[in-house]
Design a protein around this ligand. Structure first.
Ligand code: MN
Length: 132
């Protein structure tokens, strides 16, 4: 059985490939999006187990995309782990206020990243308890 289905939202190709590689090497199925708009479409279509969301995206950013996901009954149960390079500017608080369930900083730690993803997946309530 696969470790879980993860939607990876990241506009930077190098960061995206690295995160994808790390997750796939641990058995995760990885879907990818490079914009907030694409993330919303993919989330509704694939209903992944978890979303790793870069907050700095062109156009609709990760905050707005997360707020939209959390306002949608179809997707609000999916945990969103924010990912940002700006750890010192109140981004964590903004991310949590936008509805993100967790927060990791870039550059991602190659050892820790898959573990963090697995941990958030394990603590996810799943769709059956959504809205309860
Ligand atoms: Mn970015």
């Amino acid at each position: 059985m696969a470790a879980g289905r993860v939607l990876l939202v990241e506009d930077n190709a190098m960061n995206r490939r690295m995160a994808e590689f790390l997750l796939r090497s641990k058995g995760f199925t990885v879907y990818q999006a490079t914009t907030g708009e694409e993330a919303l479409l993919m989330a509704r279509e694939e209903l992944p187990d978890l979303i790793v969301m870069d907050l700095q995206l062109p156009g609709m950013d990760g905050y707005a995309a997360t707020r939209t996901l959390k306002a949608d009954a179809l997707t609000r149960h999916i945990p969103v782990v924010a990912m940002t390079a700006y750890a010192m500017t109140g981004d964590r608080e903004r991310a949590l206020a936008a509805g993100c369930d967790g927060y990791i900083t870039k550059p991602i730690d190659t050892q820790e990243f898959p573990r963090v993803v697995a941990r958030y997946l394990a603590s996810s309530p799943g769709p059956e308890t959504a809205g309860g």
